[in-house]
Design a protein around this ligand. Structure first.
Ligand SMILES: Cc1cc2nc3c(=O)[nH]c(=O)nc-3n(C[C@H](O)[C@H](O)[C@H](O)COP(=O)(O)OP(=O)(O)OC[C@H]3O[C@@H](n4cnc5c(N)ncnc54)[C@H](O)[C@@H]3O)c2cc1C
Length: 449
């Protein structure tokens, strides 16, 4: 596609207007929010602090986009999930392939792995197509308040502090930066057992004989160094004892390129790093580089089948954070809601999948498939004009940690976008908006709850 100068400049953010909706952060939740707001007629701006749209979705490279669909059968979820899935599939097999599916893990399905560079371009294209204004390198640093109402956000841009205004703001920063600045009460703890999710630098290795690797991993992993290992992570423990500074666990993510595997991993080794602290993120980056290169050294020295000639192709866009601050909203979505599937009258989205291990005490658990998520969990208690979507929405630690897959976050972001567009149109605050109108709009978008 040829881009004219006019097209390139078309979505420049405007300081001279009041937008209907501003979305801060462009992870799956922010993208879902911006597209849904624009589809529903809102003049929308999305502001992203880093150099790429997509949040963890693009930073973690080929990491599986879980629950873009409902399940293994690729059952369509309607709404922005459908729009995104169709756009991804249109690109063909270099762009995306159905990812790994482990039939032994309940609810591990609906995955897609997407080439990260195509993914980045695709997000520009979708924002263009739905007429969303956008800006990268635009970290939101402050909420602009009029009493208890948020009226805009301030960005610490290269050119200095820049203000943007909107009728309704959506905080999809993952860390709840906007809500935090606006004075909302937040939770950033795991009261269950104090465990903190690792911050991860994903990495991709090239030069892999993927068939050989696959056969070895799935044939009971024959003996290495005269030891028999239970699984790959058991082998990593042994490597660490032998002086290789490897991650304490890795997950193998299939990719769209021959001979390339992407590695999800533990990186931060239970150091309890905090994703809202710059130096903790710096430590995660340092660990990530070390562990990726040490992993390669270990593969070479031990001639691991299929990995004998591997090399580090690239590491992720940034250290990816699984959990930090969450607002204490009108409703705090709990572990019971997730596991049993509470039937909320204001249900607006569904969660699928499982809950990753939470320390040693809580192993992987499948959640209630299609657990309903209520509108009230997007509403902060103290501030008007603000919706909070994605991993910083209102949930207990376990309530958030299960079903945090990107397809679910896209769907939850979509709710915020729909609600914000309605607020602008009807001149309401999110809190005074009738949730039935949101449900009605979602239905019109063919969203399956
Ligand atoms: C290492 C790791 C592995 C995972 N594995 C999987 C997996 O295999 N499959 C799966 O489906 N899910 C996986 N997840 C979960 C999933 O990626 C997250 O739950 C999801 O990305 C959360 O979406 P989000 O939009 O709320 O936040 P994020 O994806 O974190 O996006 C937040 C965005 O906001 C931006 N931002 C932050 N602060 C500001 C600011 N002040 N101003 C402007 N922009 C800002 C960030 O740069 C980022 O782009 C994983 C997560 C991690 C971290």
């Amino acid at each position: 596609m040829e881009l004219t100068q006019l097209e390139l400049m078309k979505h420049r953010p405007r300081r001279d207007i009041c937008y209907d909706v501003i979305v801060a952060g462009s992870g799956p939740a922010g993208i879902g929010a911006a597209l849904a707001a624009a589809i529903n007629g809102a003049r929308t701006l999305i502001l992203e602090g880093r150099s790429q749209f997509g949040g963890t979705g693009t930073a973690a490279m080929w990491m599986n986009y879980n629950f873009l669909y409902k399940d293994n059968a690729e059952t369509d979820r309607g709404g922005v999930n459908r729009i995104f899935a169709q756009a991804v599939k249109k690109g063909g097999s270099i762009v995306s392939v159905p990812g790994q599916r482990d039939p032994n893990v309940p609810g591990a399905g609906g995955n897609y792995c997407i080439h990260p560079e195509y993914h980045k371009r695709l997000l520009f294209e979708l924002l263009d197509e739905y007429n969303v204004d956008y800006c990268l390198y635009a970290p939101v640093c402050e909420a602009i308040m009029d009493g208890n109402q948020i009226t805009g956000v301030r960005v610490r841009a290269k050119e200095g502090l820049v203000s943007f205004h909107a009728h309704t703001i959506i905080d999809a920063t993952g860390d709840g930066d906007v809500a935090y600045s606006a004075g909302c009460a937040m939770e950033d703890e795991n009261p269950v057992n104090g465990w903190r999710a690792p911050i991860t630098v994903c990495f991709s290795l090239g030069g892999i004989d993927t068939e050989k690797l696959h056969n070895w991993l799935h044939s009971g992993m024959k003996e290495i160094d005269r030891h028999q290992f239970e699984d790959f992570n058991d082998l990593l423990k042994y490597a660490f004892e032998k002086g290789y500074f490897v991650p304490d666990w890795v997950g193998f993510d299939e990719t769209t390129l021959p001979g390339v595997v992407s590695f999800n991993n533990g990186t931060s080794r239970n150091l309890r790093l905090d994703g809202t602290k710059s130096f903790d993120l710096t430590v995660a980056e340092r660990l990530g580089m070390e562990e990726a290169l040490e992993f390669v050294r270990f593969c070479h020295d031990f001639q691991l089948p299929g990995l004998e000639n591997c090399y580090l192709m690239r590491s992720g866009g940034f250290a990816a954070v699984r959990e930090t601050r969450r607002i204490l909203g009108e409703y705090i979505f709990t572990d019971d809601d997730l596991m049993q599937g509470t039937d909320f009258p204001d249900a607006v989205a569904s969660k699928y999948g499982g809950r990753d291990p939470v320390g040693a005490e809580y192993p992987y658990t499948a959640i209630k498939q299609g657990a309903r998520f209520p509108y009230r969990s997007l509403l902060p208690r103290e501030v008007d004009g603000l919706l909070v979507a994605g991993r910083c929405a209102s949930a207990s630690f376990l309530g958030h940690y299960g079903g945090k897959s990107m397809g679910n976050m896209l769907a939850i972001g979509q709710v915020a976008g729909v609600a914000a567009a309605l607020c602008a149109k009807l001149d309401r605050f999110p809190r005074t908006l009738d949730y039935k109108l949101v449900q009605q709009k979602l239905k019109e978008m063919d969203v399956h709850l």
